[in-house]
Design a protein around this ligand. Structure first.
Ligand SMILES: Cc1ncc(COP(=O)(O)O)c(C=O)c1O
Length: 394
């Protein structure tokens, strides 16, 4: 028998040796997670206010989500879109029932980038135009089309050219929106609350300007709700809080509560442009993902989580402007704590106090992407921990 190695290298060391090292990783290894806590291999209990990049909408181990996944995996783990499935039909019906009213068709995919890739392809195909406008500081994913509309993607985009013409409207510049959106534009893609940018909530006037100019020129408005959707901003989708009806909308992240999935939603007349073979994906709308989507939507409704998101947002705004935090931006539980010190220092200081938050593209913004199920105590814990961190010049 081989002798046991003298030391068991931890998962970080083994990952570093066996995967492509493209991720900066946090200095702990989760053993398991429950509720809003991650418990580490060395026994730390960390309050997770970041949710694995906004995925863990129901926290960890939510009984309803766990039961849905378990039952579905025992019944039918997978079948493709070559067959109709009750569980997929239910997920589509439920998703449409909580979406903006004019969006009544769904195409299921596997990720946020894949959802945006398809929404852009659909918009270009429907309008027969070749130029797309996006918004400065926006993030839409790392595939060819999604990367092409992501602000400052040049440093990692990696393809020799973009698949269509792209230009960026300066965020919140209504006059620029009106000038730039014309009869040559296929679509405008926008995150109503820009997540990676630091939970930056765009102005209602700007979103309204995008909506009316796209309508005027028969361009399509795509709302990227990959990060802002599924309850995170206090409505099922952030556009609903702004009173905007997009032509297409994408969802992922929280959609499956942790099971990988994504969706493109659109109006029936847009869906009518597509027939067999025009769009496709092997895993999209698979039964496991569909069961998870159904359970997440049911739970948000039955546990009144939209009201909880709004209440916890109000509590964070009331209690967390303390220590290094000078201002709070964003909506619901997609919040940016604007700090007087570098966000990375604040993120690290919070982690030393066993609270996990995130950074963002803005070096002074700490991002909160908490599970929708957080409670008063969690927020008070955050407020207390922030108060213990000195602000700049303190
Ligand atoms: C707004 C937005 N769109 C798209 C994406 C890409 O999603 P995915 O990583 O699932 O491809 C992200 C990921 O952070 C995002 O925040």
């Amino acid at each position: 028998m081989d002798a046991m190695p003298a030391q068991h290298p931890d998962a970080r060391t083994r990952e570093a040796a066996a995967t492509i090292p493209v991720y900066g990783q946090l200095p702990f290894v989760p053993e398991y997670a429950e509720g809003c806590d991650i418990v580490t291999a060395d026994g730390r209990r960390i309050l997770d206010l970041y949710g694995g990049h906004a995925v863990a909408a129901l926290g960890y181990g939510h009984p309803r989500l766990v039961a849905a996944i378990r039952e579905q995996s025992e019944t039918l783990l997978f079948q493709s879109n070559a067959v109709a499935l009750d569980v997929r039909a239910s997920a589509a019906e439920k998703l449409v029932s909580v979406a903006p009213t004019t969006l009544d068709r769904v195409f299921f995919v596997n990720s946020g980038a894949e959802a945006n890739e398809n929404a852009l392809r659909m918009a270009i195909s429907v309008t027969q135009r070749r130029k797309v406008l996006a918004i400065t500081h926006g993030f839409h994913g790392r595939t060819a089309a999604a990367g092409a509309v992501t602000w400052k993607s040049d440093k990692w985009y990696g393809f020799p050219q973009k698949p269509f013409d792209v230009d960026f409207i300066p965020r919140n510049d209504c006059a620029a929106a009106e000038t730039m959106i014309g009869p040559d534009i296929a679509a405008v893609i926008v995150e109503p609350v820009q997540g990676v940018a630091g939970a930056f909530d765009l102005s209602a006037d700007f979103l309204q300007a995008l909506r009316s100019a796209t309508r005027q020129h028969d361009a399509l408005l795509i709302a990227d709700e990959v990060q802002s959707g599924m309850g995170r901003c206090g409505d099922y989708f952030a556009v609903q809080g702004y009173g905007i009806e997009p032509d297409l909308m994408t969802s992922a992240k929280s959609l499956g509560g942790g099971v990988p999935c994504g969706a493109v939603l659109c109006r029936a007349d847009i869906a009518g442009h597509f027939g067999p073979g025009d769009l496709g994906t092997t895993f999209g709308g698979g039964p496991l993902a569909a069961a998870a989507i159904g359970a997440v939507i049911d739970t948000i409704r039955d546990e009144n989580l939209l009201a909880n998101v709004r209440a916890q947002e109000a509590r964070i705004r009331e209690r967390c402007i303390t220590g290094p935090v000078t201002r709070i931006q964003g909506k619901g539980l997609l919040l940016g704590l604007v700090c007087s010190r570098p966000a990375l220092d604040v993120r690290n200081a919070l982690l030393e106090q066993d609270i996990l938050t995130g950074t963002s593209a803005d070096p002074h913004v700490v991002r909160i992407l908490a599970p929708l199920v957080i409670n008063d105590e969690h927020v008070d814990h955050l407020a207390h921990a922030l108060a213990a961190i000195p602000g700049a010049g303190a």
